[in-house]
Design a protein around this ligand. Structure first.
Ligand code: C2E
Ligand code: MG
Ligand code: MG
Length: 767
């Protein structure tokens, strides 16, 4: 019997309420009110008052009693009598707690009462656990001294209230909080499930919980946790395929809705499993799908009972609460796993990324060391990947990377590792190798061969090649950093000797790599020390014989090596990213110089500045140009920027947009080295360029080479048709001039007019 005076309120899953109790309580209250009103309408006398008091005390659902100094019941109200298993009040009178409760409980009560009697101090609202029946019962008790007329303590008066429901609800709330904390702390899922089920089982004696998880293919149920169910039973249902008639859980997962089977032995859903389940004695099974936030079924939560029946409202609520919590935990784990995977893998190919490589390589090295084996590491770079990206588009490029990744994976063992470190660069880590470099080389050559097999991309069949730099542990380095640096040097060498090959690291490479590093540092210092200067090469119109422009060409005044040409500087600067500050300097210096010439009274000319792809891609490039103009005071029409075809083709859309912005500033654009790149002629129409510069390679063999003459002639007429100006570069001889003039190209640049010269020499030319 539950008195249920204290009842947790609210709509949360922990709400536990019993309608029966509420009704009983209301009925008792009504009866009492009726008595009281009868009493007052009939006029109270002593006897009536006594009756009134007794009635009231007996109607109260709390336990009220008085005991003497030895703990013997003097009086007790009806609730106390019934609760302790008696029918009439006189049956309990004279008994002590030791006659009624377990010795332990009785001692506990007696102890509290002794304190009240000894101190004369009442105690209020202490919580006591009382186990009269099988179920544990919580009481909230106050005990006060019972005194006679002289004021001497002759016993105690006790009032207790049953707070079992509240305690249960509290425990449930605490349990939920603990479970949420477990989720927050990423406790292993199994531990979480066990805790969840144990909490529910503690709340519902005799009931057994089970959690099953839906497999990745969404078709099977796998054991999640079921601490109370028979192990053999759990093993047998592990992996069961869900369906429209697969017990409670299999059907609940299939339907995506709760399936509460009241009697397993007679329900058609369990028909195929009756013989199997019978020995375990489970009679009812109430299962509900565990869902994700978006409603996707993740598994099932079920309660089993040895009794036939459907869940009570309370059990129903607990099932939903448990399924809800399990859903949160599973989803959280899944997203953690996703994040973990994303942090350690490349999204495009699914290969491990550099982070995972760094985590693994140290232990791979340790293992190799202790096993006395070799470990080999290769840097791999696809040859001409950019070209494929540029000509077939990014989708094709992505597809190619995935294909190549797949081919590489097919060549290695599970213990090996293929890592995508960026763009078209990969690291291959082979482990467990015998100490033999020819074996290592042949393993990597196999991978190269696999990558080089013909493939079809965007409907075109083609072949890709790659370059590899290979190092072996322990010969080529002791640490991952050292090995990677040396593999990089070997890779650099592979590119240098014409790509499509494999280079095993050697000492000479290390020397060269160190030298390269030194150059990088030198270049960095050169920027800081301002060791750069510009030479200018005139551009002349043959009809007027006038110099109308000058190309600015970078030079490095090296303190020991003298004047260094851009052929050496630019690749180095691009490798290190120093091209951006160096390019900025060139731009500003060329504008300043041109303005200075104008101010010196020389005829105004256009100054042209070479722009590298890296610079052009800088997000604030256009504003840097306008800044340079503003600072120098040079009018935009006296500045020309030389772009290469490959720069534009890297991302035609973005390049054309930037070109339009530059054009809007009033700056002119030229395409440098025209004919050597891959610009599509149809795209050319949409480029806002003023001038094409025919590359020196076509001009140099004129007039001897018929092909070059044909190409040069074609470029000139193409430019004329598109109404774009055209200038020939690298013009050295009269014969070249004659041919160009005859072909309709009147603007030339080259040694024929002048070599690139210092600003002072150029000013003299101009004058
Ligand atoms: P470019 O823009 O095509 O410049 C023309 C190159 O051809 C210059 O070489 C020039 O000296 C050379 N040249 C000119 N006329 C003749 C000739 O008649 N015969 C021969 N054999 N060569 C001639 P330079 O100065 O060594 O520059 C090489 C390349 O470096 C330039 O080619 C350009 O692409 C790049 N470059 C130069 N300065 C800069 C710069 O400030 N920024 C960037 N990003 N690149 C630059
Ligand atoms: Mg140029
Ligand atoms: Mg050029």
């Amino acid at each position: 019997m539950t008195k249920n005076l204290d009842r947790s309120r609210g709509d949360g899953p922990a709400r536990v309420a019993s309608n029966d109790d509420t009704q009983r309580l209301m009925a008792a209250g009504q009866r009492l009110a009726a008595e009281v009103s009868r009493l007052f309408t009939s006029g109270p006398d002593i006897a009536d008052r006594h009756y009134w008091l007794e009635t009231m005390v007996n109607h109260i659902p709390d336990y009220i009693y008085a005991k003497d100094l030895d703990g013997r019941f003097l009086i007790a109200n009806q609730a106390t009598v019934t609760e302790n298993g008696f029918r009439e009040a006189h049956e309990i009178v004279g008994k002590t707690d030791f006659d009624i409760h377990t010795p332990e409980n009785a001692r506990h009560f007696a102890e509290a009462e002794r304190r009240v009697i000894e101190t004369g101090e009442p105690m209020f609202g202490i919580e006591e656990l009382n186990a009269v029946s099988k179920e544990e019962r919580w009481l909230m008790t106050s005990k006060v001294p019972l005194r006679n007329k002289q004021g001497a303590t002759i016993g105690i008066v006790g009032v207790s209230r049953d707070i079992t429901d509240r305690k249960k609800a509290e425990r449930l709330l605490l349990g939920q909080a603990r479970l949420l904390e477990m989720i927050a702390k990423s406790t292993p899922l199994v531990d979480f499930f066990n805790e969840l089920i144990l909490m529910i089982e503690a709340h519902l004696p005799g009931i057994l919980g089970s959690i099953l998880l839906l497999s990745a293919d969404g078709r099977h149920l796998l054991t999640g946790a079921a601490p109370g169910l028979d192990k053999g039973y759990c093993q047998a249902i592990h992996g069961i395929e869900i369906g429209p008639k697969v017990g409670s859980c299999g059907t609940a997962a299939w339907r995506g809705e709760p399936v509460f089977v009241a009697d397993i032995l007679s329900d058609p859903l369990w028909e195929d499993f009756v013989d199997f389940v019978r020995p375990f004695g489970y009679r009812s099974c109430w299962s509900t799908p565990i869902r994700s936030y978006q409603g996707k079924v993740l598994g099932t939560f079920a309660l089993y009972s040895h009794e036939v029946g459907v869940p009570s409202a309370e059990q129903n609520e607990l099932i939903s609460m448990a399924a809800h919590l399990a859903g949160i935990a599973i989803e959280r784990r899944q997203s953690e796993e996703r994040i973990q995977f994303m942090a350690h893998h490349d999204a495009l190919t699914g290969l491990p990324n550099r982070v995972l490589f760094d985590e693994r390589v140290a232990s791979a090295l340790r293992e190799a060391r202790s096993a006395g084996q070799w470990l080999a590491l290769a840097f791999l770079d696809l040859d001409n990947f950019k070209l494929i990206n540029d000509t077939l588009g990014h989708h094709a490029g992505d597809e190619l990377l995935r294909l190549v990744a797949g081919r590489m994976l097919a060549c290695v063992r599970k213990t090996d590792m293929i890592v995508r470190v960026g763009g078209d660069e990969f690291i291959i880590l082979l482990t467990g190798l015998p100490p033999d470099s020819s074996i290592v080389t042949s393993r990597f050559e196999d991978i190269r061969t696999a990558i080089g097999a013909p493939l079809v991309l965007s409907g075109r069949s083609l072949q890709v090649s790659c370059s590899m730099g290979v190092v072996c542990y322990p010969d080529h380095g002791q640490t991952a950093t050292e090995l990677l640096a040396n593999a990089d040097a070997a890779m650099y060498r592979a590119k240098e000797v014409g790509r499509n090959n494999l280079q095993l690291f050697d000492v000479e490479m290390a020397r060269k790599a160190r030298e390269r590093l030194l150059r990088h540092e030198e270049l960095r210092d050169a920027v800081a020390r301002g060791e750069f200067l510009l030479h200018y090469q005139p551009q002349m119109n043959l009809k007027t014989d006038r110099i109308f422009a000058a190309e600015s060409l970078l030079r490095w005044q090296h303190p020991e090596r003298g004047l260094i040409s851009p052929a050496e500087i630019i690749p180095l600067a691009e490798e290190t990213g120093l091209i951006v500050p160096i390019g900025d300097w060139v731009l500003n210096e060329a504008c300043r110089q041109n303005k200075a010439w104008q101010e010196a009274g020389l005829p105004p000319i256009v100054v042209s500045v070479n722009v590298s792809a890296r610079q052009f891609r800088e997000s604030n490039w256009v504003s840097r140009v306008s800044q340079a103009l503003a600072v120098s005071g040079l009018e935009a029409r006296y500045l020309e920027l030389e772009l290469t075809e490959s720069l534009i083709m890297q991302d035609v859309g973005a390049a054309v947009a930037t070109m339009h912005e530059l054009q809007a500033l009033g700056v002119h654009l030229a395409i440098d080295d025209f004919g050597t790149g891959y610009s599509s002629l149809s795209a050319l129409k949409s480029f806002p360029v003023r001038r094409l510069k025919i590359d020196r390679s076509f001009v140099q063999d004129i007039p001897g080479d018929d092909d070059d003459k044909a190409i040069t002639g074609a470029i000139i007429s193409l430019a004329q048709k598109l109404q774009i100006e055209v200038i020939a570069e690298g013009v050295e001889t009269q014969a070249q001039v004659d041919f160009l003039r005859a072909s309709g190209c009147h603007d030339v640049q080259g040694y024929f007019v002048s070599r690139p010269v210092t600003p002072a020499a150029f000013a003299a030319l101009l004058a």
